[in-house]
Design a protein around this ligand. Structure first.
Ligand SMILES: [Zn+2]
Ligand SMILES: [Zn+2]
Length: 347
């Protein structure tokens, strides 16, 4: 298996971000990301104008963030080549993306904001919207804005990474609940805009530079074949990335708490190994193997939405005796670090 590290969910000048697409991609290459997915609001202009390509060792892919008429139900649509009218309902665009062969993720589903009038919250409201691929369980900007108060404003602006502690509890609960019915993939996003904001009346701060957010929440994918970085094979690599995201063969990390690259989480019996996103037949001797890349941390085993075991270690094997959906969370000193996708055990 080959692991590649990406940053998802960001905006350029083609919607309400402040960066040029190629500058954003070059920053990602500088930081060492393997891929990034641009998601400007309701436009695929970057795709149409030929920005989907390699920038050094970083592949930039173009999706978009759709919304409904009242600017709710933000949906990260990927692997599509045309966008849809904002007059549609969430149910309609979820279906359209799927019918077009794309994948889609509910963005910041439980966003709450009240600190800046000009930046209200855009939560997901239509949970009957059909077959979305997954949900963004962790969004940097949403958590940062939610935690912003008049008292901590200064600290919050100065330490944009330190203030990111854990995904919303509601999102994790909803994610587990949805997985009882079918596979719903979890991804993490940064929602970078690099807006200039006036803090305390006189200082102008960029909230936040792309470079800063590229060191925050990341989505790591696992693929069977090494990326072929020739320009002629972009479509093949694109397919590898989107198929890992679609299948849940991926995990989320907060780079600020440590480089998550090398995290392993798989189920094994005597013969086979099963990866995140896989469905495994129930049998004796199933073990969930977890290995951390960076020393010890708290590894929590979640079964059908409930934590059933934990270990403070760099490696652990959990015996899996029951059917259901299993996933792993890793915390360092109480701060969330890594979230695996589910592995399902069925009859
Ligand atoms: Zn949004
Ligand atoms: Zn966004």
């Amino acid at each position: 298996m080959f692991e590649y590290v990406g940053s998802l969910h960001m905006h350029s000048k083609f919607s309400d971000g402040s960066g040029n697409v190629d500058d954003i991609a070059m920053i990602a290459d500088d930081v060492g990301l393997d891929f990034i997915i641009l998601t400007d609001h309701n436009t695929l202009r970057a795709l149409e104008e030929g920005y989907e390509k390699w920038y050094g060792n970083t592949l930039l892919l173009v999706g978009c963030e759709l919304n409904d008429k009242v600017n709710k139900n933000h949906y990260l649509a990927m692997n599509i080549d045309k966008t849809f009218s904002t007059r549609l309902t969430a149910k309609e665009y979820v279906k359209n993306v799927k019918d077009a062969g794309g994948i889609g993720f509910i963005a910041h589903p439980h966003e709450k904001r009240n600190s800046m009038k000009e930046h209200p919250a855009y939560p997901w409201t239509d949970w009957d919207a059909g077959e979305f691929t997954g949900i963004e369980i962790w969004n940097h900007m949403s958590e940062w804005m939610e935690g912003l108060t008049d008292q901590n404003k200064y600290n919050h602006f100065v330490h944009p990474l330190r203030s990111i502690v854990t995904p919303p509890k509601e999102s994790l609960e909803k994610w587990d609940e949805l997985n009882e019915e079918r596979k719903v993939v979890g991804i993490g996003g940064i929602d970078a805009h690099a807006h200039k904001v006036n803090v305390m009346g006189f200082v102008e701060v960029e909230v936040f530079p792309y470079k800063v957010l590229f060191k925050s929440i990341r989505t790591h994918i696992l693929v069977d074949k090494e990326f072929d970085k020739s320009d002629a094979n972009i479509d093949e690599v694109k397919k590898q990335i989107y198929s890992s995201l679609e299948n849940g063969r991926c995990f989320i990390s907060n780079y600020y708490r440590g480089d998550g690259k090398g995290f392993k989480c798989f189920v094994s019996d005597e013969i086979n190994e099963f990866q995140m996103g896989d469905t495994v037949r129930v049998s004796k001797n199933l073990k969930l193997n977890v290995t951390l890349p960076n020393g010890k941390a708290e590894i929590r085993l979640i079964h059908n939405g409930t934590q059933i075991e934990s270990a403070q270690n760099s490696q652990v094997e959990f015996n899996l005796t029951e059917k259901g959906q299993y996933r792993v969370e890793v915390f360092k000193n109480g701060n969330a670090w890594i979230f695996s996708n589910h592995i399902r055990i069925e009859d």
